[in-house]
Structure formats: structure tokens, C-alpha cells
Design a binder for this molecule. Sequence first.
Ligand code: C2E
Ligand code: MG
Ligand code: MG
Length: 628
Amino acid sequence: MLLFIGMGVLIIGLTLWNWHYDVRPRLENEAESNARVLAASHARAIESQFQNISGNTDISIIHNAINKMLLINDPNTGETLYQGIALEVDYDVFPAAYDMVNISVGVTDCSECITSENPIFIHKTGELAAILKVYANPVFYRRLVSDIVDNLALMFGGVTVVLVLAWLTSNRLLHNLRERERSLVIEIADRKSAEERLHQIAAYDQLTNLPNRYLLQADFARKLEETARSKKMLATLFFDLDHFKEINDMHGHETGDALLKEAAARVSDVTRNYDLLARFGGDEFVMIMSNVENRSDVIYVAEKIIASFKPTFSLPNADVQVTTSIGISIYPEDGDDPSELLKNADLAMYRAKADGRNGYQFFNAEMNLELQYSQWVETNLREALNNNRLELHFQPQVNLDNNNVESCEALIRWPQDEGEKVSPADFIRIAERTGLINDISSWVLEEACRHVIQWTEEGYETVRVDINLSSRDFAEKGVLYSFLPTMRRKNLKPSQIGIEITENILLESTEQVIKALSVLHNAGVHISIDDFGTGFSSLSYLKHLPLSGIKIDQSFVHEAPSNKDDLIIIQAITLVGHGFGLDVVAEGVETEWHESLCKGVGCNTMQGIYVSKPLPADRFAKKFLQKS
Ligand code: C2E
Ligand code: MG
Ligand code: MG
């Protein structure tokens, strides 16, 4: 019996294989090549949509995979049930993203039955989707069984019944066969009407039911023409959800989707009937207000949008508080075509974010200059980094009890031959925005190590060098994670290089980042909070985080002699810092008076031009390091 079952399973496998490849008819050549052209254009559309959704640029996989026609006929009538292109891709590359594309997408098993599909697919294929979805759909099932029975009957005559029973119990084998080949399918059946339906469906975002960017673009042009005739204004409001990515990462995509849906519904409620609200992509939305008489109409709507975010969002896995930032451009003064107005509104949104989020900003021409400036900085800074034209300078940190230089801060410098010098604060801000900061921070770490090694070789007793890190250095593959391996590679102790981070980084940091910081801290790396008192200071977090010191922001030190409040703040920070066993450093000490104030309140360490400005490595060593 077992032997029979085994043979049965084997034969059924072979039969399925045969059926799969032999029985299925092929399209005629011309029809096939037409279908390929159509499929290629659909694939490009899908490709760009995936790019919008996932930001994934390496998706040529879809494009290259158009290699198989899919045609399912009713074997009884010969009628084409389904005609399409199967894209053999690893669909795990796009987890759940295919739900969001505006083109019908299905995933098939190896028998070319649809195992899952996105909402547009269901909409387009209607009942057909349901038929295709059931593995053993009547047509397919009947055909399969009759094929098997015919074949087996030929081969084995009387034992057919046993083998069919064996087949019915060999679900696992079938399952494996099904899993072996997964494909994405674009339906191209009934080409003309499919395209019409596609056009209609492709205009709306499936998650929020708002018009999508394609419909937006079409309507935008029409609204501009109308506005031009009426001699009124048209406002473009470009907005997204502040920190959406973090919420998505922390609570999962399901929560992220629910948030987008709810946000869209809330903004729709404050949208006037004749305005157009569209989902532009990801968490970005655009509202077009036409026939605007004056800016106060726009401000009124912008404020209503912001207010609509105030109530807590109750989502499946979490209750979250979310804000939005809005950039606004106005026709005719900020541009006269959709792409320029969108670009300028987008630029203004970035300004609204830089100004602290949860607000709106009108575009102005300076923002364009600013964009050009940051592009110039980015290009030239990258070139300076690649050609090793950046430098590190070192500023001593002096122990207030014994006046010894016990550590120093490494500060980056960009020497420029001509033109206005760009300050570190400026170029670091731009590098943070563009992502160049990761390379800069790696360079800073390497360079700080190089100087420590060189000082030792020159016979100096070195001191701890603190480097500044940015939030991007905390991302995966950032310097935070290569720190200890670098120190090991250089044969340096982890205590020889410290790190400075700002409060806001800590507030935004995830559990994983805190763990990574703890590893560094336990290994002996000195970790201090820079510019303390300027962020969203919550003293209580000092006790939860792996810290060694805090650096009181220089603004308090500068104001302390004339402003009692600032002196009280310094006193309080010092008290709390010491209470948690942390070093307290006063930054920006410029005068003897500053020094005695800081000493008076009990700070451990001072740093500032009163002792020395930041100096190049050789001058710093000569002036502040002892010969061993
Ligand atoms: P920071 O980390 O708070 O550095 C202290 C800043 O105060 C430095 O400005 C320093 O030159 C300046 N300073 C020192 N003593 C005095 C003083 O007595 N009075 C006044 N008014 N200023 C003083 P710098 O070098 O222009 O750097 C500005 C900011 O740029 C730094 O602030 C830091 O946030 C960032 N930065 C500098 N180098 C790096 C770097 O290598 N990586 C990163 N990520 N950021 C850096
Ligand atoms: Mg610093
Ligand atoms: Mg500082």
C-alpha cells in the first residue's frame, strides 16, 4: 500500500508538472509581443509606485522579470478566463506594499491560481478573482483530476482509485509545489475595458480613498487654468505627518496605515467642497485651494488642518499624538505650473519642520536661494572630505579643581581658500540633512584616533578626545555601531575617545540605540550630553540613560553674570548632574567672571576661549599636553 502511495505521489508530481507546462496553451506570437509591451508599461507604473511607497530604488527585479505569459482557458469551452503576465519575483521583497499600488496585482502559486491579491485586482476581476483564488476551482480541479485519471488509467488501469485517493491526501506535496513558484500578476485581460477601468481606479488612493497624485496632477492643471481666468489666487498646501517613519517603525505598518487613513479623514472634514485634497505618496498630502481671494483664507485652512491633528489618534496597536507641518505656495507669485508650485510648497514644508514642526510656512524666494546654497555646500563638502581637506581642531577641557587639562573636544574645520567661510554649525546641519554626516562622522572618529596615536608616538601623554555625533550616526550602520571595532583595530582603549550627543537625539532614540549606548558605556566610553538645557530637557531621563557627563549650554554661561535665572539654571543642572554621579562641564567660558561663577556653583570642568580657542593638533599638543 505504502509503495502504491509513494508511486502515486511521484506520478502525480510528474503529471502536475506536465500539465503545467504542456496543457496550457500559449498566446500567438503577435498577441504575445503586444501583451508584453503592455505589461512592460504596467510594470514600469508598478515600479514607480513601489519606489514611492518603499523608497526602494533597487526594484529592476520587477522589470527584468517579465518573462512569462499567463493564460488560463476554460478547457470545456476554450474561452479565455484569464490572460496576463506573470512576474516571477520574490514577493517578500515588497512586504504588503503591493496592497498600496494603484494597479491590479495578484500573487500566484505555481499552478497559476491567485493566492492573494490587492483590492484593485478584486475590483477589476470581480468574480473571476474568486474563481482564480480557489486552488481547486471547478474548472481547474475537474481538468486536473481528469488529466490524472486519464493518464493513470492508461498506465495502471484498475489501481486508479487508490492513486487518486493518494493524491487527495498528498496536500503537503501540492502545497510545496504551489509554493515553489510565486509570481506577481498584472491582469491584462479584456484590454480595452481593463485599461478604462484601470484609468478610473488608478486615480484614487486605495488606502485613504483620496485622489492620488496622478489625478491631482490632472486636476491641478485644470484648476490653474480656471484660476488664471478668474484672476484670483491658487494655494498649494503640501504637508506630511511629523515623525511618521518613527511611528511606523515602532508600531508597525498596520498602525501606520490606520494613522494615514484617520489623518486623511480628519483633513477631508476640514476641506471645502471645491478644494482638492490628494494623497501624494507615503505620508505626504496635497491640498489645492482655488479661487483664493487673500492669504488669510489659506491661513485659516492651514490652522484648521493643524488643529484637526490635536485629538489623540486611537489606532489598532497604539494611541498616538501626531502633528503635521505644512508648506504653502501661491499662484501666481510662487510659480505658474503644477510642478513648480508643488516643489516650492515642499520646500516651504521643510522650513516649517526646521522651525519646530506642527506649523505652516509660506514659500519665499529666499528658500530657493537656501536650497541652492545647501546644494553648493553639499557638493563642495563632499569633495573636501574625499580630498582630505577637512581638519580637526582641539579645545581643552580644564578641571576646575586643579586646572589640569583632562580632556578635549574635537571640532571639525573646513579650511577654504576663498569666499566666505562656512561655519561648522551650518555645514554640519546641511550634512545631517543630506546624509553626508555619516561619512563625516566616520572620518572624525578615524582622524581623532590618528591624532591620539600620533601624540603618543611624539612622546605626549594624551588626554581623552570627545567627538560630536549626530542623530544619523545612531541609525543602522552608523558610527555608533562601528565605534568599538574601530578602537580595537587602532589598538586604543575605549576610554580614549568620548562621544557628545545632544538631548534631542536621546529623546528620539529607540531601545536599540540605548542598548548600543550602554554597550559603549560599559566598555568605558565617556558619553556626555552636549548643549544641555536647550532641548526638551527632562531631568528625569538622566537617571535612565548610560551617561558619564553633561555639558551646560554656553548660552546659560554667557547670560549668567547678568541674568539671575540663568545662574539658577546652571546651579540646578549642576546639582542634579552631581546627584546622578555625572561630570558637569560648563561650555563657552569666555572670562574670569564666567570661570568663577562656574566654580562657585560646583561645575567640575570648563571649556571656552578663556582657556583657549580650538587649536590644530600640533599646537594643541605643544600647549596643553605633557611630555611623558
Ligand atoms: P558644540 O559641540 O557645542 O561645540 C562648541 C562650539 O562652541 C564650537 O563651535 C566651539 O568652537 C565654540 N566655542 C568654544 N568655546 C567658546 C567660547 O568661549 N565662546 C563661544 N561663543 N563659543 C565657543 P564650532 O566649532 O563652530 O562648532 C559648532 C557646532 O558644530 C558644535 O557645537 C557641534 O554641534 C557642531 N560640530 C562641530 N564639529 C563637529 C563634528 O566633528 N561633528 C559633528 N557632528 N558636529 C560638529
Ligand atoms: Mg560638542
Ligand atoms: Mg556644545
